[in-house]
Write a protein that binds this ligand. Structure first.
Ligand code: GUN
Ligand code: ZN
Length: 446
């Protein structure tokens, strides 16, 4: 007997990229039920439709959870975030390379202590859930125990999480270095231990081209060949100084991406954070290879890195996802990150449409991770990860929501104004995450 629960609320999700559609609701790229019912059977989406019709057919033993006029959307996806940097979020005054030296590396050094890693990982995962993030692609540190800690924390909740040990063997503090050999061996052991367990996947994680020797990048490519279904997660073309240093360090390279390409790191399930300062030929190469760009607007503004070109990314056919990039970014809220994305694109003379924003945070990011057959929308048989949003939790958002009954301006304003306050429930495979023993409101410090 399968366990079925029905959730009744307004329900909204994307079935494909709505960005170019004049009327996404009419064209069917977006589906909206003002009074909808989402039926979940054994953790997977079973049915979605208008509540009135579906309730008539519902067996009497099925539990119906009522959310009034709250809005259910698919779980949010953060495709690039550093859990060890949570304690240096909002650190003053530097751009990327100095910021790494002054803030990021000292924070990461503390993860040599497995107890510290455990405490931070548990805090971080609960914060993701409180913010409505149900899938994340996460940097750990160079220490293998930092990867154990984050996978252990995520698996406790049944969360979908991709993570990996940072590879870096040069141009960083001595005590944060591995070697091509130890980096390879520790990554291999972590893949064997974690990859494919529960909803966890491993990402081979060279920090960026600057902090790896050619031999280390070669070993990263070797891992991808030996374990073809793991991810590759790194940074690419975030900052102009970084790009110039990569050109000096790899004088034979045609471009920054070419360094990764040379070592066969550009392929499906390769996730490149930032991708700001780059050429269209490289965008096209990424598209052909099935690699993804992760747009990290909060971080790009905070570290003064530059303005991401979403239009060129899309025109070149690249999979584009979104990431908070905490601690470069200043919020774990993917909703708030969408607000920053809109503003960055305004400065670029581009637009993030209301449903385009929803797509970026859900199905678009699922595509970036090659997980669109499992998460990102409420198609039948997908994993039932979803969040409940309540526009009335915040006074201004509430007034704005009540000002119109049209879902298009409503959802746009909601996405632009929301953060963790708006998220009232987070579900992983149909299970309310607070039932796993943490309390949403007790986490707010008085
Ligand atoms: N590039 C290399 N390492 C990092 C990091 O930790 N954060 C960001 N934003 N960019 C990087
Ligand atoms: Zn980053």
């Amino acid at each position: 007997m399968s366990e079925v629960t029905a959730h009744r609320a307004s329900i909204l999700h994307c079935l494909r990229d709505p960005s170019d559609d004049k009327d996404p609701l009419a064209s069917g790229s977006v589906e909206y039920f003002e009074d909808g019912l989402l039926m979940v059977a054994d953790g997977y989406v079973d049915r979605l439709g208008p509540a009135e019709a579906l309730l008539k057919e519902l067996p009497s033993n099925v539990k119906v959870v009522e959310y009034g006029d709250k809005l259910i959307i698919p779980g949010l996806i953060d495709c690039h975030v550093h859990y060890p940097q949570i304690d240096i979020i909002a650190s003053y005054g530097e751009r990327l390379l100095d910021w790494l030296e002054k803030y990021a590396y000292p924070a990461e050094r503390k993860f040599a202590d497995p107890e510290h890693a455990k405490e931070v990982a548990e805090f971080f995962v609960q914060e993701l859930l409180r913010n409505g993030t149900t899938t994340a692609c996460v940097f750990a540190t160079v220490h293998p125990q930092s990867v154990d800690a984050i996978f252990e924390a995520a698996s406790k909740y049944g969360m979908r999480l991709i993570a990996g040990k940072v590879l870096m063997d040069k141009n960083c503090p001595e005590d944060l270095r591995d070697t091509p050999e130890t980096g390879y061996e520790q990554s291999r052991q972590l893949i064997e231990k974690w990859h494919g367990r529960d909803r966890l996947s491993y990402a081979v994680t060279p920090r960026f081209a600057i902090t790896s020797s050619e031999e280390q990048l070669r070993q990263a490519g070797r891992l991808l060949k030996e374990y073809p279904d793991v991810y590759l997660h790194t940074h690419l073309a975030e900052n102009e100084e970084e790009v110039a240093q990569v050109a000096r360090q790899f004088p034979w390279s045609r471009s920054y991406l070419d360094v990764y390409e040379h070592f066969e790191l550009v392929r499906e399930r390769s996730v490149f954070a930032h991708c700001i300062h780059m050429h269209d030929d490289d965008r096209k190469l990424m598209a052909r290879k099935g690699a993804a760009m992760t747009f990290c607007p909060s971080s790009n503004l905070f570290l003064g890195s530059g303005l991401f070109d979403l239009q060129m990314g899309r025109q070149c056919g690249v999979r584009v996802s979104i990431g908070s990039d905490v601690g470069g970014g200043t919020s774990l809220s993917i909703l708030r990150t969408l607000g920053d994305a809109y503003k960055v694109l305004q400065l670029k003379g581009q637009s993030l449409t209301p449903f385009g924003a929803l797509y970026l945070a859900t199905l678009g990011s699922a595509r970036g991770l090659h997980l669109e057959d499992r998460i990102g929308s409420f198609r039948k048989e997908k994993e039932a990860d979803f969040v409940v949003l309540d526009a009335s939790r915040e006074a201004i958002t509430n007034r704005r929501w009540r000002e119109t009954e049209d879902i298009v301006p409503r959802v746009f304003a909601l996405l632009m104004l929301s953060d963790d306050h708006t998220v009232t429930d987070t579900f992983l495979k149909g299970k309310r995450t607070e039932d796993f023993g943490w309390e949403r409101d007790s986490r707010l410090v008085d």
